[in-house]
Ligand binder design. Structure first.
Ligand code: GDP
Ligand code: MG
Length: 162
């Protein structure tokens, strides 16, 4: 079976940027406008011979309250379908209420989750650890999807156990 890995996180954290980098596909719409990618996008990728399916998810942008408003139903469905979740947060923005709600959901669903702190190009390493460890999903790994920084260590973490 080819594992399915879902990219999850509030709008604008860099999910589509990471999707495009890993799948080398231009299918996902990378937008400067938060929440433009509203539909699930599937891409095929591989790491050291291990094939996997990557799922990009969108969210609803804005100031709405509650998990259902942060993540569209299709994002929640993508979590259910996935073997593992890459939960992206924004290092520059820090931990937000939306991050807390998503983390809460992932802990409740008991999904195999990797906490990914994107945009480390604009953030302080030490504060990332302290900030995002509080989400209760372990220690984050910092990456910069836009610059390809630390992508291999991230994949090593996800697939290295196999
Ligand atoms: P999504 O809504 O989670 O899919 O986020 P996008 O992939 O559309 O990215 C949102 C914004 O963050 C875009 O302007 C990206 O160029 C920017 N972005 C993505 N990755 C990085 C990164 O590693 N560093 C910085 N500085 N910006 C990034
Ligand atoms: Mg997107």
């Amino acid at each position: 079976m080819v594992p399915v890995i879902a990219l999850v996180g509030r709008p604008n954290v860099g999910k589509s940027t990471l999707f495009n980098r890993l799948t080398k596909s231009r299918d996902a719409i990378v937008a400067d406008v938060a929440g433009l990618t509203r539909d699930r996008q599937y891409g095929e990728a591989s790491w050291q011979g291990q094939r996997y399916i990557l799922v990009d998810t969108g969210g609803i942008s804005g100031d709405e309250q509650g998990l259902d408003m942060i993540m569209a139903g299709q994002s929640l469905q993508a979590i259910e379908e996935a073997d593992a979740v890459l939960f992206l947060v924004d290092s520059r923005a820090g931990r937000t209420a939306a991050d807390e709600l998503i983390a809460q959901h992932l802990r409740k669903r008991n999904k195999h989750t990797y906490l990914i702190a994107n945009k480390i190009d604009g953030a302080d390493q030490d504060s990332i650890q302290g900030e995002f460890s509080k989400l209760g999903l372990g220690s984050p790994i910092g990456i910069a999807a836009a610059h390809g920084r630390n992508i291999n260590p991230m994949l090593e973490m996800v697939f290295g156990e196999n």
